[in-house]
Ligand binder design. Structure first.
Ligand code: SF4
Length: 186
């Protein structure tokens, strides 16, 4: 866990750890770069979520508006959820770590964002805030101010985020790490 400048920021870092984050580090939002090619990867639907969530392309917010929103916040924190793999394609363990990342994202939206009165979070894959997303009922998002959008959909790559934040990503085939980004103003 990296050091922070203000007491308020330190409090947020401690909360992220309490929510289950494996690591976290500040990132300068103004230096984030958005690579539109990610939307092309989304359209290839290798993850199976294309067109199946309010937060995934083609229904995700436009890239330019997402980039404006993210860089419009003065503060950013990159955080991770990490865990061990029992073998190379250990889907069950991967999903467990992905669920842990989601849990952190939901706690940020439920606890920290209302307290600060601003901010939003980006995680991995489609929003899973509700047990069943209203998308499948052909209804609008039930909680637009709670939804967790994805880093991929925002065209941010985790390697760039890790580099900018200084987070160490170990090249360990026996571990999996998922990334999230919390942006806010103090
Ligand atoms: S908040 Fe609920 S309805 Fe809205 S995108 Fe997320 S899961 Fe779907």
């Amino acid at each position: 866990m990296h050091s922070t400048k203000t007491r308020e920021e330190l409090e947020i870092f401690n909360e992220l750890v309490a929510f289950g984050a494996s690591d976290a580090s500040p990132v300068p939002t103004g230096q984030l770069r958005f690579n539109k090619v990610y939307r092309k990867y989304c359209a290839q639907n290798l993850c199976g979520n294309f067109g199946k969530s309010w937060t995934c392309p083609p229904y995700a917010d436009p890239i330019d508006s997402l980039a404006r929103e993210i860089t419009g916040y003065g503060k950013g924190i990159v955080f991770t959820a990490a865990g061990s793999l029992r073998f190379a394609v250990d889907w069950k363990s991967m999903m467990k770590v992905s669920d842990a990342l989601n849990k952190i994202c939901f706690r940020i939206m439920d606890d920290i964002v209302p307290r600060l009165g601003n901010g939003t979070v980006f995680g991995y894959g489609p929003c899973k805030y509700c047990e069943k997303c209203s998308f499948f009922l052909d209804e609008p998002c039930r909680f637009p101010d709670k939804k967790v959008r994805s880093l991929e959909g925002a065209c941010l790559d985790v390697t760039g985020l890790a580099e900018l934040s200084g987070l160490e990503v170990k090249d360990d085939p026996n571990r999996i790490t998922f990334f999230g980004l919390f942006v806010f103003d103090l």
